[in-house]
Design a protein around this ligand. Structure first.
Ligand code: PHE
Length: 392
């Protein structure tokens, strides 16, 4: 049904589930027709007069304007319980429809420049009108908007999302160390997400509580580690990659949890990689990112895909290690998990653990951005509130 037909029906006949949607449709049609006229422009002032009046009358004429039908058929005829809602929407529409008043339209609709009369004839005569010449001529004579030297309509410039900025900063450091960026699917098989990473069937992270299952063999990846295996299979050793990307867990959103979040995985495999390389690289990375004064601390931890495994903390970037609110008086902030790639994981990726060793780490980009920009609620990243985003 066209918008013209719709406004001629009563609300009861249309029986919408959501009357607001009907109004949205009218609004969209109105805007579309207005924009079409503006981008079309007019060839002369009198044509502009006529086109603007025509559009205005079509929508706003007291008698038989489209809005008069909306008034009659939707508002006046609406059942009592819908009146307040319909009334509110109608008022908003009325307000917006002032953009269709002739004076307002005239300001927006541009006059198109006219090609000087006779040009086409003289040029095509001169070149005895071959196909390419006539194509060139119609190009020269194409309808162009008025004065091309006038400034155009500027759209406000956006900026990169803070999480993206953080990601790029981290990437930059590793790219300079010779790492390459690799990626993998967010919808992942249980094999890559768990089995190949040596995560046993009984591991609690496989539980529905932590993992979002699509079916019994498919999950939304819970970390970026599955891409370790995919990359080993694809490139073999030696391998120096980082893997940024989205991950998903069955977490309720709160100030420090989000069911979707971002990680960067690091993986280095070569014939002589040791834990010292891991410590050196991550210490260098922390100093590059947070400043030369930052110290790192490695503590034993456990991940099924690394052996030994570690947990990395940095000295508190807010108090320098004295103890404060952010580091909970400990002087340290835990920032990532890491370890030497488990021999079985290398084997699963088709790499011989007798010949090669490697290290890996995984960190949360959102957490890093929260630290870097002193943000205490992860939800702010995902609410798309311009007042927040504008600050970056
Ligand atoms: N994948 C782990 C996590 O999501 C992090 C990690 C990656 C730990 C690589 C060690 C090595 O918690």
């Amino acid at each position: 049904m066209t918008i013209d037909e719709k406004v001629r029906k009563t609300l009861a006949e249309l029986s919408p589930t959501d009357p607001k949607k009907l109004f949205d449709e009218v609004r969209a049609a109105m805007e579309q027709e207005r924009n079409a006229l503006i981008s079309r422009g007019a060839a002369s002032e009198s044509e502009r007069d006529n086109l603007c009046k025509e559009l205005r009358d079509r929508w706003l004429a007291r008698k038989n304007g489209l809005l008069s039908f909306v008034d009659e058929n939707w508002l006046k005829a609406s059942p009592k319980e819908l009146k307040p809602l319909v009334g509110r929407n109608f008022n908003a529409l009325r307000q917006e429809s002032t953009a269709l008043e002739v004076a307002a339209l005239m300001k927006e609709v541009p006059l198109r420049a006219q090609a000087p009369a006779g040009r086409e004839i003289s040029i095509s005569d001169a070149f005895s009108a071959s196909d390419s010449v006539s194509a060139a001529v119609s190009y020269i004579n194409r309808e162009v908007p008025g004065d091309l030297t006038l400034p155009g309509n500027r759209r406000p410039l956006g900026s990169l999302h803070p999480v993206t900025q953080m990601q790029r900063e981290i990437e930059e450091i590793f790219l300079n160390l010779g790492f390459r960026i690799e990626s993998g699917p967010e919808i992942e098989s249980v094999y890559y997400n768990f089995d190949a990473l040596n995560i046993p069937e009984s591991h609690p992270s496989r539980d529905d509580w932590d993992t979002l299952y699509i079916d019994s063999k498919t999950v939304l990846r819970t970390h970026t580690s599955p891409v370790q295996i995919r990359a080993m299979e694809k490139y073999g050793a030696p391998l120096y990659i980082i893997i940024p990307g989205k991950c998903y867990r069955h977490d309720n959103p709160d100030a420090s949890h989000s069911p979707m979040f971002h990680q960067i995985e690091g993986l280095a495999i070569a014939s002589d990689i040791t834990f010292a390389d891991l410590k050196g690289t991550l210490d260098f990375f922390a100093k590059k990112l947070f400043g030369e004064k930052i110290r790192t601390r490695f503590q034993p931890s456990f991940f099924p895909f690394t052996e030994p495994s570690g947990e990395v903390s940095i000295s508190c970037i807010f108090c320098g290690g004295e103890g404060c609110r952010v580091c909970k008086e400990s002087g340290w902030i835990e920032v990532m998990g890491c370890g030497m790639v488990h021999p079985q994981v290398l084997r699963n990726g088709g790499i011989d653990p007798e010949k090669y060793t490697g290290w890996a780490f995984g960190l949360g980009i959102d957490r890093f951005a929260m630290l870097m920009y002193d943000i205490n609620d992860i939800q702010l990243f995902f609410q798309s509130d311009v007042r927040f985003l504008k600050q970056f």
